[in-house]
Design a protein around this ligand. Structure first.
Ligand SMILES: Cc1ncc(COP(=O)(O)O)c(C=O)c1O
Length: 381
């Protein structure tokens, strides 16, 4: 048996200075921002050590990253990434920003879902774009009729418009099907909306689901995908990402050639992960699979008032706490009374009222303690 990926004890995790471990005092267990309490895959550690031995701390070219990512995409998803239509970015959100600058003008509308990862609302606003939300279904899936209405409204009067697709979806953990994505592509085409697919959680899909890269849809002509190993391999500190354009978007792609670059440390780390991280990833998904089941089982036994669905992807779980009567933002109650820090549901959009997002990428012992604290505080209040 290999050492567990989530085997680090709490005392050691508390030595970290990352946001997750520093925002709250030590009596609170953090389970909010999407960082993992994991040990880093050996091939990544070796790559960074080698970079430092060589003193190789300058600027990157894109080839090493793109080749490694393309090989991963081919192996895992049977998706042939065209290197000539790929460009590096410092991270996923900067990649999205650079695409938005190309495909929309100030004042144009960017469609996002409700609920969705909060920076999808904040980043378009940074560059003077308006945001329009499209609701999701009760089960956290894309609502295609609602999306069509949002696309029509966003592109009204012939304005340029974009859609930030979260594929797989954060926070509901849904993996969009090929049929759903094909319909998104058809609607986007019909209304002239540029789709930017954030696929950072793409490799974090459990056995029962299958991730479809947006640009792998048969016959796809327009759109962009943004990837990074930062989430899957816990490398947010080592900045890198890649933006890929569809064949019909080479004009916009050309405008991105001189955008912000990745860091060379990010390229070392991510390339090692894409090339040599498969075995680690299998173990990670096995441990996360056990964790998602632990949460569902323990909540069912101790706090059935929380409605939670087994996520098909991601290490994030969307807790519907409305039946508990904890108000608009249950994360406040959990932080103050249960001493666990979750993400606030309303920060993901109006549909997040009464919800909270739980990060399960930790040891089973810490996760069990988190659920126990939530259950006790909610039951005896
Ligand atoms: C959907 C999604 N996109 C982007 C990010 C952030 O990625 P990056 O740090 O590469 O911008 C996250 C982080 O949690 C995320 O969940």
């Amino acid at each position: 048996m290999p050492e567990p990926i989530f085997g680090l004890p709490l005392e050691q995790l508390r030595e970290r200075v990352s946001a997750k471990w520093r925002l709250y005092p030590d009596d609170i267990i953090p389970a909010w921002v999407a960082e993992m309490d994991c040990t880093i895959a050996e091939p990544v550690q070796d790559a960074i050590r080698r970079m430092l031995e060589l003193g190789d701390t300058g600027y990157p070219l894109k080839d090493r990253y793109v080749e490694a990512f393309a090989a991963f995409a081919d192996r895992h998803w049977d998706w042939a990434v065209e290197p000539d239509r790929a460009v590096l970015s410092p991270d996923v959100m900067m990649g999205i920003l650079v695409v938005l600058l190309q495909v929309t003008d100030p004042g144009d509308v960017v469609v996002i879902n409700d609920p969705v990862y909060p920076p999808f609302e904040h980043f378009p606003a940074l560059i003077g774009r308006q945001v329009r939300r499209a609701a999701m279904t009760e089960s956290g899936r894309l609502d295609l009729a609602g999306l069509e209405e949002a696309f029509a409204g966003a592109a009204a009067g012939g304005r340029r418009a974009a859609y930030l697709l979260c594929n797989p979806h954060n926070p509901t953990g849904v993996v969009h099907t090929e049929a759903e994505l094909s319909e998104v592509a058809r609607l986007a085409d019909q209304h002239g909306v540029s789709v930017i697919s954030d696929e950072i959680h793409g490799p974090l899909v459990y056995a029962e689901a299958r991730f479809t890269p947006y640009l792998s849809l048969p016959g796809i002509e327009r759109g962009f995908a943004v990837h990074s190993a930062a989430k899957t391999f816990s490398l947010a500190a080592l900045k890198a990402g890649v933006v890929v354009a569809a064949p019909g978007d080479t004009g916009a792609f050309a405008g991105m050639a001189h955008g912000p670059n990745a860091s060379l440390s990010g390229v070392y780390a991510h390339a090692a992960a894409w090339n040599h991280g498969d075995a680690w990833l299998v173990q990670l998904l096995t441990e996360l699979d056990a964790n998602r089941r632990l949460v569902v089982d323990r909540l069912a036994a101790q706090l059935p008032g929380v409605a939670v669905r087994m996520p098909e992807a991601t290490y994030l779980m969307w807790l519907d706490c409305r039946a508990l009567g904890l108000g608009e933002d249950p994360a406040t109650f959990f932080r103050d009374r249960a001493k666990v820090a979750l993400n606030s549901g309303p920060s993901f959009g109006p549909a997040g009222e009464g919800h909270a997002r739980l990060n399960i990428a930790t040891s089973p012992e810490i996760l069990a303690e988190i659920i126990d604290r939530i259950a006790v505080a909610s039951t005896f209040r």
